[in-house]
Design a protein around this ligand. Sequence first.
Ligand SMILES: Nc1ncnc2c1ncn2[C@@H]1O[C@H](COP(=O)(O)OP(=O)(O)O)[C@@H](O)[C@H]1O
Ligand SMILES: [Mg+2]
Length: 217
Amino acid sequence: MSKGLFITFEGGEGSGKTTQINRLAQNLAQKGHKVLTTREPGGTPEGEKIRDLLVRREGGNWTPIAETLLLFAARQMHVEKIIKPALEDGKIVISDRFYDSTTAYQGYGHGQDISIIENVRILSIGDFKPDLTLILDIDPQEGLRRSDRRLAAEQFQVKQREDRYEQLDVEFHERLRRGFLEIAGQEPERCHVIPALQDLDAVTAQIAEIVQTKIAG
Ligand SMILES: Nc1ncnc2c1ncn2[C@@H]1O[C@H](COP(=O)(O)OP(=O)(O)O)[C@@H](O)[C@H]1O
Ligand SMILES: [Mg+2]
């Protein structure tokens, strides 16, 4: 058993994951916890290279299985080199997305067989799981509007814009949303669904309460 706590944030584009992770990390650090924030795809220098292949607008035209394998290649290194050592060190590790995103995007979104994704998961990271997963649930139209505003503010060149998934149609994003809710239904102990249309402070407060309960328990 590791000494730390592994928390993942999941949900569609623009649901508020990155914003809420920053707030939670600050809140926990103020309480004296050692905190590490990280993200997927990415987390290691090698994983960040894979990220560019997957999330940039012109990253590539992957088959679903190739995309799943790339995601788990990055994730395997992320778990071994970053997440597990930090947990051993007693840190609270917070990841912006983890394997539920692969199940949601490649499985529910792109229609890849969920059992294949499960097999690749076990092969890559065994039975390693988050202790707690917070799923920010939002109407995809509103999430994509928020995401558009954020991307516009970033002013990357078009080729480097991290919007390959945002470019997919709204039906894809509806399937994603249903996928995340289904995952939460299957693992209610680990996964908590948080309505993300509320104002920022209300979402932050709800997350803080769930995390405190988990730390106390
Ligand atoms: N509860 C909220 N209400 C209004 N705007 C929000 C809320 N949460 C996040 N935002 C804004 O929406 C945009 C996307 O949020 P972000 O945290 O980047 O989402 P994600 O990481 O899930 O894609 C940001 O500009 C952020 O300031
Ligand atoms: Mg984000």
